[in-house]
Design a protein around this ligand. Structure first.
Ligand SMILES: Nc1ncnc2c1ncn2[C@@H]1O[C@H](COP(=O)(O)OP(=O)(O)OP(=O)(O)O)[C@@H](O)[C@H]1O
Ligand SMILES: [Mg+2]
Length: 243
């Protein structure tokens, strides 16, 4: 059974169809790259996977549960299982890094204070962020804030992580650090969807990619298949050619 199964997803905004018929699956432990030009609807698909948007028609299965008509209450366990990494890190400026990471642990787990301390310290050390623990987000560079934001998204140990342009605007050093964080999550068996315009990162972390075009999946393949087929639609997209 696929961990994520999107079937015939359709959605319009203000009468304009953005998604006509989008279907794809993500298997357990796999990282799927979700590619496509600006405005094609990648973020809307990601948001729909945690119930922040509802499809007009079609179905979204998370581990076999159809969630598109779930209530906010029914979505609570889905949002514990599926983490969303927001583009800007979305840290609370008035709280230290420690408090930012403690927040989801206090909300979603039953860990006691000393377990929370240990978990945060372990997570920050694993990602090379231990010096940031008692700083406020405003004392960190944009790249560090994004890395801390990623650490916060995954601190409750989700089974699935959705990354929306996690490397956008980052320098090569922080980009590589983010790639390493994603690969580490993969090593732990996490299933993920990676939305990006950063092709080197996509090729480094994804197992398979799908290309959204004109409201549907226009092409898909494993990274190996893509590397073998330079004239395919996906490769042409990657090279910046108009589809
Ligand atoms: N809440 C909304 N209300 C109206 N239109 C919306 C809403 N959310 C998304 N859209 C529209 O849906 C389309 C897809 O948006 P989306 O943000 O998913 O694109 P994207 O593929 O993530 O683009 P980018 O690569 O630039 O981030 C856009 O035309 C956008 O304007
Ligand atoms: Mg987007």
């Amino acid at each position: 059974m696929a961990v994520i199964d999107v079937k015939n997803f359709a959605k319009s905004f203000d009468g304009k169809p953005v998604h006509k018929n989008v279907s794809f699956q993500v298997k357990e432990g796999e990282c799927l790259g979700l590619l496509g030009g600006s405005g094609v609807g990648k973020s809307v698909v990601l948001r729909s996977l945690i119930g922040l948007e509802k499809p007009d028609s079609g179905e979204i299965f998370i581990e076999g549960e159809e969630i598109s008509n779930f209530s906010e209450h029914q979505l609570i366990p889905i949002r514990t299982k599926v983490a969303y990494v927001f583009q800007n890190g979305a840290l609370f400026d008035s709280m230290s890094v420690f408090e930012n990471l403690a927040y989801p642990l206090r909300e979603h787990t039953k860990l006691n204070e000393s377990e929370i301390k240990n978990r945060i310290h372990e997570q920050l050390t694993e990602f090379g962020l231990e010096d940031a623990e008692f700083k406020s987000p405003s004392q960190l560079s944009g790249g560090m804030q994004k890395r801390v934001g990623l650490a916060r998204s995954i601190i409750i140990r989700p089974k699935v992580v959705l990354y929306d342009e996690p490397t956008a605007g980052l320098d090569p050093y922080n980009t590589v650090k983010i790639q390493e964080m994603i690969l580490r999550m993969k090593d732990k068996g996490v299933t993920s969807v990676f939305v990006t315009h950063d092709m080197p990162s996509a090729f480094n972390v994804c197992d398979r990619m799908v290309l959204l075009l004109n409201g549907a999946v226009a092409a898909e393949g494993t990274v190996e298949e893509l590397n073998k087929d330079p004239d395919g639609l996906l490769q042409r997209f990657v090279r910046g050619e108009r589809a």
